[in-house]
Design a protein around this ligand. Structure first.
Ligand SMILES: Cc1cc2nc3c(=O)[nH]c(=O)nc-3n(C[C@H](O)[C@H](O)[C@H](O)COP(=O)(O)OP(=O)(O)OC[C@H]3O[C@@H](n4cnc5c(N)ncnc54)[C@H](O)[C@@H]3O)c2cc1C
Length: 438
């Protein structure tokens, strides 16, 4: 506790204990600031959650990271935490034009590559420096949805299904998701979508995301209160007043708001954020995807499967682990309305599209959409927001500093973006606090 002259109790209150909030708290705490973390849930980690299922631990939310992600990799190295090598898979099934095709990974990649090259042709031109999304005037691109980009390619039904299937791990609402974010992601891997998928979706952390989060949190020296949702943040120019759902009022010199975009509307912020940012908060991002684990009887041959949204309830599936003589398959669906984690038979039927006779013994997952403290999965921005409203939230808003994977540039929608924005908020606050009577 510090600084009675400013009538403040803490230098910084960090709201939200996902990767963004914990990174900000650690950086501020280790640089000598007094930090209080307020977290709504009874656990830390937010949209990453290493949980018990099938008698072992599985990741119900964010999982995969990569050595090309600078913030994540730096922390993994510092804490001597390795990545877990994925299973070797060489059988791919893909549903196109009503038929399930199968082949090696190379066969599938040969089918997808020319279509992806057309879809992503302008990725680098639009985002020559992915860390600065406003470097190029992308107003035209920012009007496009993923569906309108697909329409513009005039593909045959077969080719469109192949391409939509290949995008389907990350695209579940093509009429609402802006194409700009897909182009930005591809631009981070030099315009190569296949390389982006490899970096974004293959390499779990040995021991789970919680191992990395706990390592960072352990360094923070921050005080933390769980089960403490925040309902209001008032910045009166001389400090911030944070009000919890239980009515407690806490003063600090500044605040980091590290909340999911889709929950920001539940917290009153005074003065209000800029109008485009408020409109984005009110509308929410559209990703309602479901991640479902299926425990499948026996040691089935390792496979990956892809189907376009709307043409199969499970859009992507991949054999991930062997477990007690069975196989764990991770599945993504366009949302709980397509198939939910509690629907064992529905998941089994959907997997039988690809592998007839496969037997799902149990399923597990978390409904991130109806979860009050996420209200959606990873962020994918609607047209216009990626280079419009989102960068506004990366700017300091008086004494309030936003952070989160949802509002990152490089790494948007993921753990890397959460850590990057948490570190940036901490740097901005440390600089402002060092400047004197802030
Ligand atoms: C199913 C799924 C799969 C994913 N897969 C990957 C992946 O493989 N790789 C990857 O990099 N990313 C993945 N992501 C995305 C990744 O998990 C997130 O981008 C990242 O964890 C976001 O971190 P954050 O700190 O910004 O937000 P969060 O982790 O959401 O943390 C925000 C915190 O704020 C808390 N909170 C909410 N409201 C309040 C309130 N009013 N008061 C106080 N606290 C509040 C929440 O409880 C939460 O703990 C996935 C996400 C999901 C849902």
């Amino acid at each position: 506790m510090t600084n009675s002259s400013h009538d403040t109790s803490y230098d910084v209150v960090v709201i939200g204990a996902g990767f963004a909030g914990v990174t900000a708290a650690r950086d501020l705490g280790t640089s000598g600031h007094s930090v209080l973390i307020l977290e709504a849930r009874d656990r830390v980690g937010g949209r990453t959650h290493l949980a018990e299922a099938f008698g072992r631990q599985v990741e119900l939310g964010g999982t995969y990271v990569h050595w090309t992600q600078p913030n994540v990799w730096h922390e993994l190295r510092r804490h001597d935490i390795p990545l877990a090598a994925p299973l070797d898979i060489d059988t791919v099934y893909w549903l196109a034009d009503g038929t399930v095709h199968s082949g090696s990974r190379l066969d599938h990649s040969n089918a997808v590559a020319p279509l992806a090259a057309r879809f992503f042709a302008d990725a680098r031109a639009c985002f020559p420096m992915p860390y600065d999304v406003t470097a190029v005037d992308n107003r035209a691109i920012e009007k496009e949805t993923i569906a309108s980009r697909l329409d513009s390619l005039n593909l045959s039904v077969h080719d469109r299904d192949v391409l939509e299937g290949a995008l389907a791990t990350l695209v579940h609402s093509p009429d609402d998701q802006g194409v700009a974010q897909l182009l930005l992601w591809a631009a981070t891997t030099f315009g190569d979508w296949g390389a982006f998928l490899e970096t974004a979706g293959f390499w779990p952390i040995e021991g789970g995301t919680k191992r990395l989060l706990d390592a960072v949190l352990g360094e923070s020296r921050a005080e933390i209160r769980l089960s403490t949702p925040v309902s209001a943040i008032d910045d009166d120019g001389s400090g911030v007043l944070v009000t919890t759902g239980a009515g407690e009022r806490i003063r600090a010199r500044s605040a980091v708001v590290a909340l999911p975009l889709n929950t920001l509307g539940d917290v009153r912020i005074t003065p209000d954020v800029a109008r485009p940012a408020r409109a984005m908060i009110d509308r929410k991002h559209p990703v309602r995807s479901a991640k479902i684990w299926a425990r499948v009887r026996g040691e089935v041959e390792p496979f990956c499967a892809f189907a376009p949204v709307g043409k199969n309830p499970v859009n992507t599936a991949r054999v991930e682990y062997r477990h007690d003589g069975d196989t764990l398959v991770v599945c993504f669906a366009s949302g709980p309305s397509a198939v939910g984690a509690g629907d064992r038979e529905g998941v089994q039927d959907a997997l039988r599209t690809f592998v007839p006779g496969i037997e799902v013994r149990e399923t597990a997952g978390h409904d991130w959409v109806s979860d009050q403290f996420s209200q959606g999965a990873w962020a994918h921005h609607r047209p216009g927001n990626l280079s419009g409203a989102v960068p506004l939230l990366r700017e300091p808003h008086g004494r309030v500093h936003f952070a989160g994977g949802d509002i990152a540039s490089v790494g948007v929608g993921g753990i890397e973006g959460a850590m990057e924005t948490g570190a940036a908020a901490a740097r901005n606050i440390a600089a402002a606090l060092a400047d004197g009577p802030y």
